[in-house]
Design a binder for this molecule. Structure first.
Ligand code: HEC
Length: 145
């Protein structure tokens, strides 16, 4: 099958990943917010361990990178700012079509929906930042040293 024809399948898989995912690797019930965010939103492609072996990999055009080697690949430093931009804004070095969702946008939409009817004065923007920082802190803990 040609590669472009597979893309709608990747989207479909993403749409239904909530279902497929909860059967295979249900996010653990933990108070570790970063871990929960990662398992709920990232592990379907990047794998629970971050190694890039999630159940959706076969539907993607590009293999998700191993997220446990980020420090090793950056001379021993966790590339915080670069990763924030990659995850928040989809600022990826790869050329052409991309498989990785733009999480800043996804979260902004979800959070706006969630907070629409609540009286709490929390800005969706602050929630997006909190989620991304929790994720990055968790990814930092996944690093092979
Ligand atoms: C639909 C599959 C998919 C999901 C879900 C996904 N990613 Fe990715 N991710 C990829 C792919 C594929 C790449 C490689 C770049 C590309 O082709 O888009 C990537 C690249 C990355 C990179 C770049 C690493 C580098 O060194 O530049 C980071 C960081 C990352 N993902 C983190 C996350 C986080 C955090 C989440 C959850 C909020 C997530 N990804 C969810 C597929 C996914």
């Amino acid at each position: 099958m040609c590669k472009t024809a597979r893309f709608p399948m990747a989207l479909m898989a993403l749409l239904f990943s909530g279902v497929a995912f909860s059967q295979s690797t249900a996010p653990s019930r933990t108070s570790d917010f970063g871990k929960r965010e990662f398992e709920a939103n990232c592990a379907s492609c990047h794998g629970v361990s971050g190694k890039g072996n999630g159940p959706l990999v076969e539907f993607l055009r590009r293999s998700p990178p191993d997220l446990t080697l980020l420090v090793k690949k950056s001379q021993g430093v966790f590339p915080m700012n670069r990763l924030y931009e990659v995850i928040e804004g989809g600022n990826l070095p790869a050329h052409g079509a991309r498989d990785m969702p733009v999480w800043g946008q996804e979260y902004r939409i979800k959070d706006a929906e969630y907070y629409m009817d609540t009286p709490y004065p929390i800005s969706p923007e602050a929630m997006v930042r909190t989620r991304l920082l929790a994720l990055l802190e968790y990814i930092n803990r996944l690093q092979e040293r």
